[in-house]
Design a protein around this ligand. Structure first.
Ligand code: PLP
Length: 407
């Protein structure tokens, strides 16, 4: 008899963005509206930087000749890219990460979702609101308990509220694993070095593993904000860091990211200590055959001088969209958070309106799509998320429509 993994049956029906797309489609069709602007989904719009494009063209040419052809690559990723990352992302900030501690992947979604494979059951904490992948991947592995309509009863939620500056407080109960994402999706907020140091100290004292998602690291502009958790002393003993080229360099369609699993990160298993990077290597060797040679050459080019200049300019463009939209939202009396070190704005709904209601108002009266905060967890209620990844023209038009709304 075929049995399914019935943890999947506990998952709420549709993925948040599918639900939003269905509502927008129904609205367009029913009212024959064709000017809907989506500021909801976190996908980039600006083309890949020319340095990456040229590198990928060269890589394709190499694959076209038997002398320079590449088949399966090394499981952990090509050394040329791991070295570029170690130097460009870490040594340049005074952080020592060896290329051997870096694992190239097809993106941070896979890595943050797959990491549960090497962890045993334990109590998992997530910030609330939260990037849904952390929650759903634990639910699929049977580690989240049951879904109660707004949350999973087997997870510990760490509310990030306006009152606490959207900073998660340390858990009051014993947990074993904590997911932290900074700069944060969906809130667009960051942690200061002291705040992050508080988390590392807590993890060291309480034997907690931190899964640190730094997919938006490239958007940090405030010099007081750490780019890597390893900027904090002791973090290599307690944290795995995930990064992605998706938002940094427009790789959402190309696919490339990486995880750093330090050598020092070892856990007790019976009478021995096991290094997590050994387990991850074992897992990846069995279930993953690497990001393509082409993607990895493209990612390497992001670290070249031109690559850096070009990606910086695109990131500045997105951040200027965020600033522009924030100004427009504030002009109509809305409170908007984030957007200075991240491509997201976290916007308080007017008069405490539920987030799906405000989504409907914006769709119906301004033909704008945002993401209702409730979709990211119970503490997201009362907020909506706007992304800054569109073209400037869309924000100019969105601002014009917002100003016409009578809030
Ligand atoms: N982590 C966070 C917090 C994200 O918001 C996203 C994408 O939106 C990802 C990871 C996934 O990135 P990738 O495209 O590398 O899979």
């Amino acid at each position: 008899m075929i049995r399914i993994n019935d943890n999947y049956l506990k998952l709420p029906g549709s993925y948040l963005f599918a639900a939003i797309a269905a509502k927008a489609r129904a609205f367009r069709q029913t009212l024959a509206v064709d000017d809907v602007i989506s500021l909801g989904i976190g996908d980039v719009t600006q083309p890949l930087c020319p340095a990456a494009v040229e590198a990928m063209h060269r890589a394709v040419d190499e694959l076209a000749s038997s002398e320079t052809f590449h088949g399966y690559g090394p499981e952990q990723g090509y050394e040329f890219l791991r070295k570029a990352i170690a130097a460009g992302d870490y040594a340049s900030r005074g952080v020592k990460v060896s290329p051997d501690e870096i694992f190239i992947s097809d993106g941070a979604k896979s890595d943050t979702g797959n990491i549960v494979d090497i962890l045993g059951c334990g109590r998992v904490a997530v910030t609330d609101p939260v990037y849904p992948v952390y929650v759903d991947s634990n639910a699929m592995a049977g580690r989240a308990g049951d879904y109660t309509g707004t949350k999973w009863d087997g997870l510990t939620y760490l509310p990030c509220l306006e009152e606490n500056g959207f900073v998660p407080q340390l858990p009051s109960e014993k947990v074993d694993v904590v997911y932290l994402c900074f700069p944060n999706n969906p809130m667009g907020t960051v942690l200061t070095k002291d705040e992050l140091a508080g988390w590392v100290g807590y993890a060291l004292e309480n034997d907690v593993l931190i899964l640190y998602d730094a997919a938006y690291e490239a958007f940090i502009t405030n010099p007081a904000v750490p780019h890597s958790i390893y900027e904090i002393d002791g973090a290599k003993k307690v944290a795995i860091e995930f990064r992605s080229f998706s938002k940094t360099a427009g790789f959402t369609g190309v696919r490339c990211g990486f995880a750093v699993i330090p050598d020092e990160l070892a856990v007790e298993a019976g009478d021995r200590k096991v290094r997590l990077n050994e387990l991850w290597k074992r897992r990846q060797c069995t279930k993953f055959n690497g990001a393509s040679y082409i993607s990895q050459r493209g990612a390497e080019a992001v670290y070249s001088e031109e690559g850096r200049r070009q990606t910086r300019s695109t990131i500045e463009y997105y951040l200027s969209n965020a600033a522009y939209l924030k100004g427009a939202l504030e002009e109509i009396g809305l409170k908007a958070f984030g957007g200075t070190d991240a491509p997201y704005l976290w916007v308080k709904t007017p008069g405490g309106m539920p987030s799906w209601d405000f989504f409907e108002v914006l769709l119906r009266y301004a033909h704008l799509i945002c993401t209702p905060g409730a979709g990211f967890g119970p503490s997201g209620e009362g907020f909506v998320r706007f992304t800054a990844f569109g073209s400037r023209e869309t924000y100019v038009e969105a601002a014009r429509r917002l100003k016409k709304l009578n809030m």
